[in-house]
Write a protein that binds this ligand. Structure first.
Ligand code: DGL
Length: 261
C-alpha cells in the first residue's frame, strides 16, 4: 500500500458526499474515488443480505481502482456490513454510525431524537451502540422513509420534503428532545430545511467531522497520509443516468462520470 493511492468512498448514492466534503476539508492532499450507487438507492429498506451484497460489490470496485483505505460513507452499509467487510479484505475501513454518544452526553432534557433508515435502526450494531451510550436516556427513533429518494432527486426543500420532515420531527419535539441525530449521510443536506422547522435550541448532530478525524488517524497510524505536493485527483462515479444532482451537491471542480457498476 502506498500513501499516493486514493481514499475510496461509497454510498447508496449522493449522500456520502457530505462525508467526502469533511474528509476533503481535513485531508486536502489526498486523492479520492467516490462511488454513488444511486441505481440501488435506497439501501435502507433492502434487508441485510442485499446490503451485504451491494457493499461487497462497491468494495471490490474500489479495491480494483487501487484505493488504500475505504470510507463506508453510508450508515446503513456500515451498520449492516462493516464487520464482514473488515474480515473479508486486507484493507482498512472507516465506517459511519449515528452519533448517539455525543447526543446522549450533551442532552439536558434526557431525550434525543434519531432520524435514520430502517436498515440502520434495525441493525445489531446500532442496538449495541445505543445500549452502550444511551441506556439512561430516552431515544425517540424515527425511520426517514422517502427522504433518501427525494434527496437523490435533488429535492431538499420541496413541499413534499417539508411534509415528510414535519411528520418525522413532530414526535421528537413533542417528547422534548433537545438533540436530533442525523443517522444517514444523505440527511446533512436537509440541515438548512430542518433549521427552519426545529425549535431554535434543538441541536442537530451528524457524524461527518468525526469520520474525517478517524480517517486521518487511521492513515497516520499506517503511515499512509499523502504528503506529496501536486494536483489532486478527485474522481466520482455514478451508476445513475442523471449525474446532475451529484455534481450540484459536490460543488467543487471534480470529475464526475457515469459507470455501470
Ligand atoms: N446514505 C445512506 C445512509 O447513510 C442512505 C441509505 C439508503 O440508501 O437508504 O444510511
Amino acid at each position: 500500500m502506498a500513501s499516493s493511492q486514493a481514499i475510496g468512498f461509497f454510498d447508496s448514492g449522493v449522500g456520502g458526499t457530505s462525508i467526502w466534503k469533511e474528509v476533503r476539508r481535513l485531508l486536502p492532499n489526498e486523492h479520492t474515488i467516490y462511488l454513488a450507487d444511486s441505481k440501488n438507492a435506497p439501501y435502507g429498506p433492502k434487508g441485510k443480505e442485499k446490503i451485504l451484497e451491494l457493499s461487497h460489490k462497491n468494495t471490490r470496485l474500489l479495491i480494483e481502482k487501487g484505493c488504500k483505505l475505504i470510507v463506508v460513507a453510508c450508515n446503513t452499509a456500515t451498520t449492516n456490513a462493516i464487520d464482514e467487510l473488515r474480515s473479508s479484505y486486507p484493507i482498512s475501513f472507516i465506517g459511519i454510525e449515528p452519533a448517539i454518544k455525543p447526543a446522549a452526553l450533551q442532552t439536558r432534557t434526557g431525550v434525543v431524537g434519531i432520524l435514520a433508515t430502517e436498515g440502520t435502526l434495525s441493525s445489531q450494531l446500532f442496538h449495541k451502540t445505543s445500549n452502550l451510550f444511551a441506556n439512561d436516556i430516552e431515544v425517540v427513533e424515527q425511520i426517514g422513509d422517502g427522504l433518501v429518494e427525494l434527496i437523490e432527486g435533488g429535492e431538499v426543500s420541496s413541499r413534499e420534503m417539508y411534509t415528510l420532515l414535519n411528520k418525522y420531527i413532530r414526535p421528537m419535539v413533542k417528547a422534548k428532545a433537545d438533540h436530533i441525530v442525523l443517522g444517514c449521510s444523505h440527511y446533512p443536506y436537509l440541515i438548512p430545511t430542518l433549521r427552519r422547522m426545529l425549535p431554535p435550541a434543538m441541536k442537530i448532530i451528524d457524524s461527518g467531522e468525526a469520520v474525517a478525524r478517524q480517517t486521518k488517524s487511521v492513515l497516520e497510524k499506517h503511515d499512509l497520509l499523502n504528503d506529496s505536493v501536486g494536483t489532486r485527483s478527485l474522481q466520482f462515479f455514478s451508476n445513475s443516468s442523471n449525474i446532475d444532482v451529484l455534481k450540484s451537491l459536490i460543488n467543487e471542480n471534480v470529475e464526475v462520470n457515469y459507470l455501470d457498476f
